[in-house]
Write a new protein. Structure first.
Length: 257
């Protein structure tokens, strides 16, 4: 399955219109298109016939390490095509494998579906650590991302395979990058008073103003959704979600984090 957001509540609010998806396919040369298509087809065939499970390899050679906003990134393989690098708005196709850091137990993998996964970067669909750790990756590059619980599923876990407070490791290999457009700055849209933090009232008002609240019946349901969002986004529990805590799109075309 595709790595999901930090909360089912956030995914639910996406369906009410908080995260609008914009995607423009860029024109690639015919040669690049053919090469990419052949590469993806070969990988799909291999993936479908590969019954072996991907296991954590603690002997993997690390070429170099750096920090990406709280995520430790180990580069296991350099990219083979770096004329374009992954950035917010891009559609990425990748092989990924997630492990619990304390036991190296695998809890999810693209091998489980028999094919690479595709997802958009910068739209808040994935946990914060993945959104950060995938930035600037090249095609063919392989990284190992060490993600602390605060940038993963936090104190509550994912209610399935990730326990509360679990630090995670992801091995990720980018196969293809389709350039897109920078997603809209949703943080700025919600933060109506411009104080660089979102209150519960601002979040509730934004949900109401999207005009897609047919699945939320009454104020109590909206407040319940907001409470669930804040349980995951408000990591310092001060009653507000600031720009560093917000996992949705928060950077416009000319904005800096």
């Amino acid at each position: 399955r595709i790595p999901k957001n930090t909360a089912e509540a956030v995914v639910s609010t996406q369906s009410t219109g908080i995260y609008t998806i914009y995607f423009i396919q860029t024109n690639l040369s015919l040669v690049s298109k053919m090469r990419s298509m052949i590469f993806l087809l070969l990988l799909a065939v291999v993936g479908c016939n590969d019954s072996e499970k991907y296991e954590y390899d603690n002997t993997a050679e690390v070429l170099y390490t750096f920090d990406m906003q709280g995520v430790r990134v180990d580069v296991l393989r350099r990219g083979e095509d770096c004329h374009k690098k992954a950035e917010d708005g891009d559609m990425l196709t990748a092989e990924f494998h997630g492990f619990l850091e304390n036991s190296f137990e695998r809890f999810e993998s693209s091998h489980d579906t028999g094919k690479p996964s595709s997802f958009k970067l910068g739209h808040g669909y994935m946990i914060k650590g993945l959104e950060r750790g995938l930035q600037n990756m090249c095609i063919g590059e392989k990284r190992r991302l060490h993600i602390p619980a605060a940038l993963a599923y936090g104190k509550i876990g994912d209610s399935k395979n990730v326990p509360p407070g679990a630090d995670l490791i992801y091995d990720v290999e980018v196969i293809h990058i389709q350039k897109g457009t920078t997603p809209p700055n949703i943080f700025a849209k919600i933060d109506t008073n411009g104080d660089k933090q979102i209150s519960k009232d601002e979040m509730a008002n934004f949900i109401l103003e999207t005009g897609r609240t047919v699945t939320l019946r009454g104020e109590s349901e909206i407040n319940a959704v907001v409470d669930e969002i804040f349980k995951l986004e408000d990591t310092d529990e001060n009653g507000f979600v600031d720009i560093s805590e917000f996992s949705g799109p928060k950077k416009g075309k000319h904005d800096e984090l």
